[in-house]
Design a protein around this ligand. Structure first.
Ligand code: ADP
Ligand code: MG
Length: 200
């Protein structure tokens, strides 16, 4: 079973905004209830373990190898669903997936098929030409799930996939997560406040 070993990670933003101090944990596929109030550093940790942010001190190991050394070999294995942000509001759903496919270096023809397919899986085909800014919270989560799957990852890493959603939508998102895990045979590391988020 794959392991992400987080060893003595510290991160300070700017001169004195301490976000993480000597975090030392091991993550294997599963659902983790990292219970910390807003601002306690959960997303900072997720960005570090997905190699989107550099720690000041410490190291993350994927099955024993430092992710900094594995580089793209590591990033190709993971699909990251970041916490919902407002930054993609001006893209349509489809444009956003094309943008992410380009960042992940997917070949055009492959990306076209993959995007059409994933839009179906997350049930957004009929909304693909609408701006993400007009999407509901659940639709935004669904497009974020789709982008995480573009590169056929082995591991999905999700930062609070149901945060801010109403209970009915949370259930829908949790079952979509279970469905895509089975369909694509991925394992997941999910950080959540939502303790109803069942089987990983
Ligand atoms: P959580 O996900 O638990 O809510 P975050 O990791 O988002 O916590 O934030 C941890 C702390 O770091 C907060 O005080 C937040 O304001 C601060 N922070 C997060 N990102 C940045 C950034 N890019 N620049 C400066 N401070 C940041
Ligand atoms: Mg967060």
């Amino acid at each position: 079973m794959m392991e992400l070993r987080i060893k003595n990670i510290s991160k300070t933003y700017g001169k004195s905004k301490k976000a993480l101090c000597n975090v030392d944990i091991s993550l294997t596929p599963g659902i983790y209830g990292l219970l910390g109030p807003n601002g306690s550093g959960k997303s900072t940790l997720m960005n570090i373990i997905t190699d989107n942010l550099k720690a000041d001190r410490g190291c993350v190991y994927y099955d024993g190898d430092p992710i900094s050394k594995l580089g793209s070999k590591y990033r190709e294995k993971i699909g990251y669903m970041p916490q919902q942000q407002e930054i993609y509001d001006n893209f349509t759903g489809e444009e956003f997936l094309w943008y992410m496919a380009a960042l992940k270096g997917l070949e055009k023809k492959y990306a076209k098929n993959k995007i059409d397919n994933l839009l179906k899986v997350v049930n957004l085909t009929s909304e693909k030409n609408k701006k993400i800014g007009s999407y509901s919270g659940g639709m935004k989560q669904r497009i974020l799930i789709a982008q995480a799957l573009l590169n056929d990852p082995d591991i999905l890493i999700m930062d609070e996939p149901t945060a801010g959603l109403d209970p009915v939508t949370s259930v829908e998102i949790n079952s979509l997560i279970n469905e895509v895990q089975e369909r694509y045979n991925t394992s997941s590391i999910i950080i959540t406040h939502d303790l109803t988020c069942a089987k990983a």
